[in-house]
Design a protein around this ligand. Structure first.
Ligand SMILES: [Ca+2]
Length: 271
């Protein structure tokens, strides 16, 4: 019997659940629900779905993962960017330029290496590093990454997106790049000091100082990995990155919010 159909048939009779069959290009979720009651069954379904594709040890990382009510609460209470660019810039970019210059000096070796290897200038990487985590000094209240991603994948609001991210997280673990089951990040499962989602982390992950890729603790790896992501997304060496340029289009891929994109470009030119 087709596993997915049987799962859907089995749950279709359960009243009170939002169930949707999902079709994701390269990742498929068994079902989704906005009620935590079936989370454990969902985890088993996901493990069955990926059996043979990933090591058992990778898929077993799901066993201890719990449904996160905190993540759901934060997901439902999101405030959209209503700020004008001027206000957003003042709030987010204030004071970042001087910190960025300091890091560019301090980690010149890695910034230079990244520019040579990937063509991405230090000020772009430093602007993002500063905006995303105040150069790793802002920790907030970190949540277990795999728990956040699994909960958002199970939930019906953004199942497609987070089912892909969950699959990417399995790839990261399976290849031994980083054990995300032991890592914490912002509530949507962001990884490291420049806040990669798992799919972006897979593209960027670079080890610049030995010892494996660690974008949580190693500034060298943060710099190398962020630069590699930009190069992989089409960054043109030596090109302008102001609005309308080819490189600005790469900045747009980093973050969907227009005010944030403008902030990156303006802050980088200030640095
Ligand atoms: Ca490293």
């Amino acid at each position: 019997m087709n596993f997915k159909k049987s799962i859907l048939a089995a749950f279709a009779v359960a009243a009170g659940f939002t169930l949707s069959p999902i079709s994701v290009d390269s990742a498929e979720a068994a079902f989704c629900s906005d009620n935590p009651a079936r989370f454990n069954e969902w985890k088993q379904a996901v493990k069955a779905e990926y059996k043979g594709q990933f090591k058992a040890s990778t898929l077993n990382k799901l066993d201890k993962v719990k449904y996160s009510k905190t993540v759901m609460k934060l997901d439902r209470n999101q405030k959209s960017f209503k700020y004008s660019f001027e206000k957003f810039y003042k709030l987010r970019a204030g004071g970042v330029a001087s910190g960025a210059r300091k890091r560019i000096k301090q980690y010149a070796k890695y910034f230079n290496k990244a520019e040579q290897q990937f063509g991405v200038p230090p000020e772009i990487i430093a602007a993002i590093w500063g905006l995303e985590s105040a150069f790793g000094t802002y920790k907030g209240k970190p949540l277990p990454i795999l728990e956040s991603i699994a909960t958002l994948s199970f939930d019906c609001r953004r199942t497609d997106l987070f089912s892909r991210e969950l699959k990417s997280a399995f790839v990261v673990i399976d290849r031994g790049i980083y054990d995300l089951s032991r890592a914490k990040g912002a509530w949507a499962g962001e990884i490291g000091q420049t806040q990669f989602l798992p799919s972006s982390f897979l593209i960027g992950a670079t080890d610049y100082d030995g010892g494996g890729v660690d974008v949580f603790n190693s500034p060298a790896d943060v710099i190398g990995s962020t630069a590699k992501w930009f190069a992989a997304n089409g960054w043109k060496r030596g090109g302008s990155y102001q609005e309308g340029s080819a490189n600005y289009n790469v900045i747009k891929k980093w973050n969907k919010a227009g005010v944030y994109q403008k902030t990156i470009a303006k802050l980088a030119s200030e640095i």
